[in-house]
Design a binder for this molecule. Structure first.
Ligand code: ZN
Length: 297
């Protein structure tokens, strides 16, 4: 935990990454120590921070510039400050879920050089555009492959299960254990154990039809990319604490998911999305690798 040097700002950071922003001017409100480095908190930012509860998309990198000096932003993470006690926690140490109203929520720009001279100053915040573009493509591919997988697996449910926004049992939400987004790709892992069986999913013979399932998933992805439909992040408000939703209208209906990340503007920008399914750990885990156009070869 880091002790605030003065009463901590009670307003959550205003964020512009949901609309795809890469640059902004802002005022530095706080400097804190973060694991041997410094953390810089501003009143507003275009930087996307890694979420502490569901760390799927890595934090943005880039530059904070002021008075002819440039500070390299090595990572972006979340800090939460309790409104009553002022206690402040960073990233994985935060004891509550993002958006808890008893806490204010902040984007921390992690820098190596001492930025304390910047306190109260106006600065220019610039996200590394190439890296952001790769992560946005990877994240959009990841949001689309979930419903595509749900559709391919929909006949394997023997009991009612929660449905996704296209009306298929939401295997992606029910079975997922982790999701990692990289540049132009993602890896989702699903647990195929007893609890999934109890919920009514049958994994019998899955290994034998994995190629067919993969082809179905890739067929849907190809259709959605060819349709070149808009991808929009809808927000309930301007701050980091507000709920954000990935929204994309495909032929089958609206793909909608709670999502704190960044995305491309249309599905066509992805160029091509290819999914690969693999059963590992004696069939106890299903691994879904997804890559989009522009991926390093
Ligand atoms: Zn997401």
């Amino acid at each position: 935990m880091t002790e605030p040097s003065k009463p901590f700002p009670s307003d959550s950071t205003v964020v512009s990454f949901p609309s795809g922003a890469l640059d902004a001017e802002a005022t530095v409100r706080h400097v804190l120590a973060v694991a041997g480095r410094y953390g810089l908190i501003c009143d507003a930012t275009p930087f996307h921070p890694e979420d502490h509860t569901w760390p799927d998309q890595p934090g943005d990198q880039g530059v904070v510039a002021a008075g002819g000096h440039e500070f390299q932003v090595l990572d972006s993470v979340i800090a939460a400050a309790h409104r009553g006690t002022g206690e402040l926690w960073v990233a994985g140490d935060i004891p509550v879920r993002r958006g808890d109203p008893d806490w204010s929520w902040h984007v921390v720009h992690v820098v190596a050089d001492d930025p304390r001279d910047l306190l109260g100053e106006r600065v220019r915040l610039s996200v590394d555009p190439e890296r952001r573009a790769g992560l946005s493509a990877g994240h959009t591919g990841c949001e689309l492959v979930g419903p595509a997988l749900n559709a391919a697996l929909r006949d394997r449910w023997r009991k009612d299960a929660g449905l996704d926004s296209l009306g298929a049992p939401d295997f992606d939400k029910i079975a997922i254990v982790s999701s990692r987004i990289g540049l132009h790709g993602s890896v989702d892992r699903y647990r195929m154990g007893k609890s999934l069986r109890r919920k009514g999913f049958t994994a019998d013979g899955l290994a034998d039809v994995l190629g067919d399932l993969q082809a179905q998933v890739n067929g849907l992805l190809a259709e959605w990319v060819a349709a070149d439909v808009p991808v929009v992040v809808r927000t309930d408000g301007p701050s980091l604490a507000d709920v954000r939703r990935f929204t994309c209208e495909v032929r089958q209906g609206p793909v909608v998911a709670l999502c704190g990340g960044t995305h491309v503007a249309t599905t066509g920008e992805l160029g091509r999305v290819v999914a690969r399914l693999e059963l590992v750990d004696d069939g106890r885990e299903l691994v879904l690798g997804t890559s989009t156009g522009g991926a390093a070869t």
